[in-house]
Write a protein that binds this ligand. Structure first.
Ligand SMILES: Cc1cc2nc3c(=O)[nH]c(=O)nc-3n(C[C@H](O)[C@H](O)[C@H](O)COP(=O)(O)OP(=O)(O)OC[C@H]3O[C@@H](n4cnc5c(N)ncnc54)[C@H](O)[C@@H]3O)c2cc1C
Length: 342
């Protein structure tokens, strides 16, 4: 079986399948070390599944890089074949198997083909070849652009803090990392604006400069977290899991739990008979549908919730002291991390 993507869904599925005795190959388009700046709240199932896989987390919050690097370490330890800087660019379905087309780094290398009994799309939804027909991910809400960055600065922020500009409706918030070695910032732009990456990054840089945040550990990243949901998770020799089936707004802190739950389901279904896969394969959609509804409600409540944030004038004299601890964000994170998914 070939898995595209070594994020939480893909890496956990690879470990599960290898444990169950299946032959598996992972293709990951990025480098060996995961470097995305993203603080994570982990819901109960995420902590349970991670602990079962041998991943250590401190309490309910961690970073995506920590989770991914630990999972990738286990993949390596177990000798599961994984190729980095390789990208799945397409698939071709046959009656009894699927061809997976893979291109090397930089996009210039020749495309080679792997033959597989099943293809697991764990790319977070970026694989055009599986976003077709009923498997296509359909937008379920407005664009919602964030810029994130991670800083090494022990003790700089002890609490979840933030400021909200009531004129521009931008939120800047800071999450101290669980190990106390630094913090992760989020510039949360008003929902509804399309992603203009250079403009979002320039805006972030200007605000980070005013706030004296220092030098980030890797370049800030801008992305659109717009919700999507596919109608089906499996078709032919393809199974989509994690964000590739449906992603929900980061506000609800549930994506990793959903990705890991999908990995558990994928392991069970891909090691069962094909009738079980055909019958139960689309069950993974259910939890994602529920999360999409939760996230829609959270987005609708954003304007009200932001009123409780410390006000900041982002185009005026914004200062580091304006980033005040926010009991609303702390309470919301505690509440969410105690909820189970699905
Ligand atoms: C700002 C932000 C904050 C978040 N906060 C939380 C939180 O607090 N709690 C929580 O539970 N969730 C949170 N999430 C959601 C969570 O990060 C995702 O739901 C989760 O990472 C999904 O896992 P995945 O494995 O499905 O996809 P991803 O993590 O997106 O992994 C996909 C992998 O596939 C690789 N890939 C993509 N295309 C290809 C290709 N063609 N070929 C090969 N490889 C490919 C990518 O490089 C990547 O490594 C947040 C998300 C964002 C954006």
């Amino acid at each position: 079986m070939v898995i595209a993507g070594a994020g939480p869904a893909g890496a956990a599925t690879a470990i599960g399948l290898e444990r169950a005795g299946a032959l598996v190959q992972v293709i990951e388009q990025r480098g060996v070390e995961a470097t995305r700046a993203r603080s994570l709240f982990l819901r109960p199932q995420a902590r349970e599944i991670l602990s079962d896989l041998g991943v250590h987390t401190q309490g309910t919050d961690t970073t995506i890089a920590s989770v991914e690097n630990q999972l990738r370490g286990i993949v390596k330890e177990r000798g599961i074949p994984i190729e980095y800087r390789q990208r799945v660019v397409g698939i071709t379905e046959h009656d009894d198997h699927v061809s997976v087309h893979v291109q090397g780094g930089g996009g210039s290398a020749a495309v080679r083909t792997l033959e597989a009994s099943m293809f697991v799309d764990a790319t977070g939804g970026r694989l055009a070849a599986t976003n077709v027909g009923a498997m296509e991910r359909i937008p379920r809400g407005p664009s919602h652009v964030y810029v994130t960055a991670q800083y090494h600065d022990p003790g700089a922020f002890q609490r979840i803090s933030g400021a909200f500009d009531r004129q521009t409706r931008e939120l800047m918030c800071v999450f101290p990392t669980a190990d106390g070695t630094g913090f992760i910032t989020y510039l949360d732009l008003p929902p509804g604006l399309p992603l203009d990456e250079p403009a979002a990054l320039a805006r972030y840089d200007a605000l980070a400069g005013k706030l004296n945040l220092g030098t980030p550990m890797s370049p800030p990243q801008a992305f659109d977290a717009q919700q999507h949901l596919a109608r089906v998770a499996t078709q032919g020799h393809v199974l989509k899991i994690g964000d590739s089936v449906g992603n929900a707004d980061p506000y609800i802190g549930a994506g990793v739990a959903a990705a890991l739950l999908d990995a558990t389901t994928a392991t069970r279904l891909l090691t069962a008979d094909s009738a079980t896969l055909a019958r139960e394969g689309n069950d993974v959609i259910r939890a994602h549908r529920h999360l999409a509804m939760q996230a829609g409600a959270m987005l609708a409540a954003r304007p009200v919730a932001m009123r409780t944030m410390h006000p900041g004038d982002f185009d005026g004299a914004l200062q580091r002291a304006d980033l005040q601890p926010s009991w609303v964000l702390e309470l919301a994170s505690q509440l969410l991390t105690s909820q189970r998914v699905g």
